[in-house]
Write a new protein. Structure first.
Length: 194
């Protein structure tokens, strides 16, 4: 059942604190359509009725029910080869996005999977659905991007893959944060730790 992958990933994101009760959204591509979580749905307890099918390029009767980030999901499918998109609010990543120009993970897993994570929307008040084209453009070069004061957008061939990149980003950002608190320079840590 298609909804089981939404439920699995929604549960991971919620239990790991990467979305709040009614935030974040997920979608998968189905040809010229996408299946996306309902506006305001609770990712921790997704039901079949929480999924909305609409066009990537065209609206239908269900379109108004789709997540408020629909424009971003559509732009990503129009401009990349992604088959799945995960949008979350990972707290350590969002916090670092306020002070960094980009995220450069210093841990082994982060460096291997996400060598450089761009941060978009600097000095902007970002509304839901904003920066769609910029996010899609950035995702041609990487697996996940951050939008300042908002959250992350990750892509994959499966929802599980995009969820994995989201969790790797947050783990890397948590480590970067802890190193900052300890006064350890991440670059020095990297050269000694390899
Ligand atoms: Zn959001």
């Amino acid at each position: 059942m298609v909804s089981s992958q939404f439920q699995t990933v929604g549960c991971i994101l919620f239990t790991q604190g990467l979305v709040s009760s009614y935030s974040g959204n997920l979608s998968i591509r189905q040809g010229h359509h996408l299946l996306i979580t309902h506006r305001g749905s609770a990712l921790g307890s997704i039901k079949e009725a929480d999924l909305v099918e609409t066009g990537i390029a065209k609206n239908n009767r269900a379109t108004p029910l789709a997540s408020s980030e629909l424009a971003v999901h559509r732009a990503i499918y129009k401009n990349t080869s992604a088959l799945a998109v995960v949008h979350a609010h990972p707290p350590y990543a969002v916090a670092l996005a306020f002070i960094e120009k980009e995220i450069i993970p210093c841990d082994l897993e982060g460096r291997a999977l996400l060598p450089k994570v761009p941060i978009l929307g600097k000095e902007m008040v970002v509304k839901a659905g904003a920066l769609a084209e910029e996010i899609a453009e950035a995702l041609k070069q990487c697996k996940v991007v951050l939008v300042q004061s908002h959250g992350s957008f990750a892509i994959g061939q499966l929802l599980e893959e995009a969820c994995y990149y989201t969790t790797v980003l947050e783990q890397s950002c948590r480590l970067l944060y802890l190193l900052k608190v300890l006064g350890v320079e991440p670059k020095r840590y990297t050269s000694q730790g390899t």
